[in-house]
Write a protein that binds this ligand. Structure first.
Ligand SMILES: [Ca+2]
Ligand SMILES: [Ca+2]
Ligand SMILES: [Ca+2]
Ligand SMILES: [Ca+2]
Length: 488
């Protein structure tokens, strides 16, 4: 116990023992009782939620003390002091260290006497990543994002390894069975830390093959359905949904060879991978002309040998490689016999034509023939055996050239020569003998009578039979032999 004083407040000098009626004031002063009781308290983070998505949290501090709480120390970061209060309660902002995972915060309180409380702790899980949402499309679309078959199944994986999934929407499996230019499915979810995420997947389904439309054959085939040049066919492709990705040939197709009813295939593929093959219209191409073959007749002088002015025709036939010859495929062709000597038959173009419209070619070199004079034999005074001519006489050999009708024609260009060979008794001919003519008169042509004459000098020749031949240099024809008999 401490000492205490009693004083007379009205200053009358009265004593306690006087019993007088006085006012007394008793003042007792003593040291306060010592405080040895520590505060007690608690801590929660964010109202004791299990997860947070942010490093910024609120610490809920509560403490009480028999005298008064005067401070706290969070995570040993230093004492925060305040006037003593009981109970103490405060929400203070706090920043957690970065990095997802369990975060623990501790707190200690103290009172005015400096009594420290126990250390109180709370933990919270930090999750800064939203839900992981992964769609699965089955079967997988191609590289361009398209499916080309049904059903297409869309399923979802929704997870959160840190804080788990609290709620989700659209995570059911969906089966798509219709073509679509694009249908978007969305799945959303919220995790334990309150983070929201949503993922969408767009499914495009095209099951229909592309189409192809053929243009007309260019140039237009003729009425018989043939072309006689290279031809092209253009085409257009189209697709219902994903679009045309490729065609095996560009437009137009080219037809560059001869054949009947030729086609080409074009395969068209859409972006979704559907393809279809289209055969082109048939194209028939023939650019080879018909081939004309000439047959020269034999009118009695050998094949291809005709008499001046003779009316004669060759026959022609035509064949064709492909489209065939438009009738007629044969006929006659007049042979010109108005010129003498070696000739070529003039085969005009387009004698025959094929169904593709190709005319046969002109030809003036292939078919050779010759035109010669008609010859009526040696003229009088020549006579065939048995008439015999006496050796030493000069025998006039005279002849004329004629046309096919036997009419004498003017033949100054005939340029004939005479050849005479002796004939043995066995019938064989010897070599040509040397001819002499009196006065070297030679071969003469009389324009007036259109007669050739050669006076044959027989002097010195042996008796017997001789063959006379006359050859025209102009036409190459040799007329004869004409037999003549010489006697002594
Ligand atoms: Ca205390
Ligand atoms: Ca997470
Ligand atoms: Ca398509
Ligand atoms: Ca042809």
């Amino acid at each position: 116990m401490s000492a205490f004083d009693i004083t007379n407040s009205n200053q009358t000098g009265a004593k306690l023992s006087d019993g007088a009626d006085s006012n007394y004031q008793v003042t007792v002063s003593a040291a306060p009782p010592s405080d040895t009781t520590a505060p007690t308290g608690s801590i929660t983070i964010n109202g004791d939620l299990p997860y947070t998505s942010s490093t910024s949290v609120t610490l809920n501090l509560d403490a009480t003390d028999n005298v008064g709480v005067t401070g706290y120390n969070v995570n040993n970061s230093g004492w925060v002091t305040f006037a003593a209060i009981t109970p103490y309660s405060a929400d203070i902002p706090w920043t957690l260290p970065v990095g997802d995972g369990i975060k623990t915060v501790s707190v200690q309180y103290r009172d005015a006497a400096g009594n420290p409380s126990a250390v109180y702790m709370d933990s919270i899980s930090l999750d800064t990543s939203g839900p992981v949402i992964v769609p699965t499309v089955s079967p997988l679309p191609n590289g361009a994002g398209w499916n080309n078959s049904t059903p297409v199944t869309v399923s979802w994986s929704v997870t959160d390894p840190e804080s788990g999934i609290v709620s989700s929407l659209g995570d059911e499996t969906t089966e798509l069975t219709e073509e679509t230019a694009g249908i978007t499915l969305t799945c959303s979810a919220t995790n334990g830390a309150g983070l929201y995420n949503e993922v969408s997947v767009t499914v495009m389904i095209d099951k229909t093959s592309p189409t192809l439309t053929w243009d007309a054959i260019d140039p237009t085939p003729n009425a018989a359905g043939w072309n006689n040049t290279t031809a092209t066919i253009a085409f257009e492709t189209d697709d219902n949904l994903s679009g045309v990705a490729s065609a095996t040939s560009p437009s137009p197709l080219s037809f560059n060879s001869e054949a009947e009813n030729q086609t080409q295939d074009v395969t068209v593929t859409d972006v979704a991978g559907n393809s279809a093959t289209f055969a082109s219209p048939a194209v028939s191409i023939d650019w080879t002309p018909p081939v004309v073959t000439i047959t020269l007749p034999d009118t009695g002088h050998g094949i291809g040998v005709y008499i001046f002015g003779e009316v004669v025709s060759a026959t022609w036939t035509a064949t064709d490689n492909l489209s065939g010859v438009v009738p007629p495929d044969h006929g006659t062709l007049p042979i010109n016999t108005s010129s003498l000597g070696a000739q070529s038959l003039v085969v005009p173009a387009a004698l025959a034509i094929d169904y593709a419209g190709n005319p046969s070619l002109a030809d003036s070199t292939t078919y050779k023939y010759s035109v010669k004079y008609g010859f009526n034999g040696l003229l009088p005074p020549y006579q065939a055996p048995p008439r015999a001519y006496k050796i030493t006489s000069s025998i006039p050999l005279k002849w004329q050239y004629t046309d096919a009708g036997g009419n004498v024609v003017d033949s100054p260009a005939a340029n004939p020569s005479v050849q005479i060979k002796m004939v043995s008794e066995g019938g064989s001919e010897g070599d040509a003998i040397t001819l002499t003519d009196p006065g070297s008169s030679g071969l003469r042509y009389d324009t007036l009578t259109m007669t050739w004459q050669y006076n044959w000098q027989t002097k010195g020749l042996a008796a017997g039979t001789y063959n006379i031949r006359i050859t025209s240099t102009q036409t190459g024809q040799t007329d004869g032999p004409f037999e003549i008999l010489l006697r002594k």
